[in-house]
Ligand binder design. Structure first.
Ligand code: IMP
Ligand code: MG
Length: 182
């Protein structure tokens, strides 16, 4: 059988843990934006599953948009080179914007995205990331909402890929190095 599970060393966060963490993040965003209608921007592709669960954990009015970037080639380390593949459609001028990203590794992609969004002169800009790899940061980076911290291993699932695969795994797990060294 061509099963993804055979390629996973260990599950870090299962569906129930992710659901519970997102429920709390949704409550925080409800409180922080109680009298506002934020524009929530999901970063494609990695952020698509997190985005879809997060917005359903939020009960205030929101507007949703997507920004598609590519930061990595086919490997497992950051190139620092970011390209916009699909721009946002909603006018961001004087809006309250929340960026939703899958994972912060070196921090270079998120920094690039933040600088790019600031150019639209939003009223405010916050970031919500599912996973943070604090030991991998190459620049000083800060975000407002974080799901979980992970170590310096390469993780896949719940939207995160290796060579476009494993995004549809419902949990977040550590990819077996056998997959990217063979
Ligand atoms: P950074 O620019 O080094 O922070 O890399 C961020 C981007 O690299 C994320 O948006 C992911 O798409 C990808 N990435 C970084 N670490 C991982 C990982 O462990 N698994 C899957 N993708 C990753
Ligand atoms: Mg990404």
């Amino acid at each position: 059988m061509n099963s993804m599970n055979c390629d996973i060393l260990s599950v870090l966060f299962d569906e129930a843990q992710i659901r519970e963490r997102i429920r709390i993040l949704g409550e925080q965003i409800d409180r922080d934006y109680a009298d506002k209608t934020p524009v929530i921007i999901g970063i494609l592709k990695g952020g698509f599953i997190f985005m879809s669960d997060l917005v359903r954990a939020i009960s205030i009015h929101t507007e949703l948009d997507f920004l598609a970037i590519s930061s990595y080639g086919a490997g497992t380390s950051s190139s620092g080179v970011v390209k916009i593949r699909k721009d946002v459609d909603i006018e961001l001028f004087e809006r309250d914007v929340i960026i939703v990203e899958d994972i912060v590794d070196s921090g270079l992609s998120l920094q690039y995205i933040k600088d790019y969004i600031w150019k639209h002169r939003p009223a405010s800009l916050r970031t919500c990331v599912l996973l943070d790899k604090p030991a991998a940061h190459k620049i000083e980076t800060q975000f407002d909402y974080v799901g979980f911290e992970v170590g310096n291993e390469f993780v896949v699932g719940y939207g995160l890929d290796y060579n476009e695969k494993y995004r549809n795994l419902p949990d977040v797990g550590v990819l077996s190095p056998r997959i990217y060294t063979e």
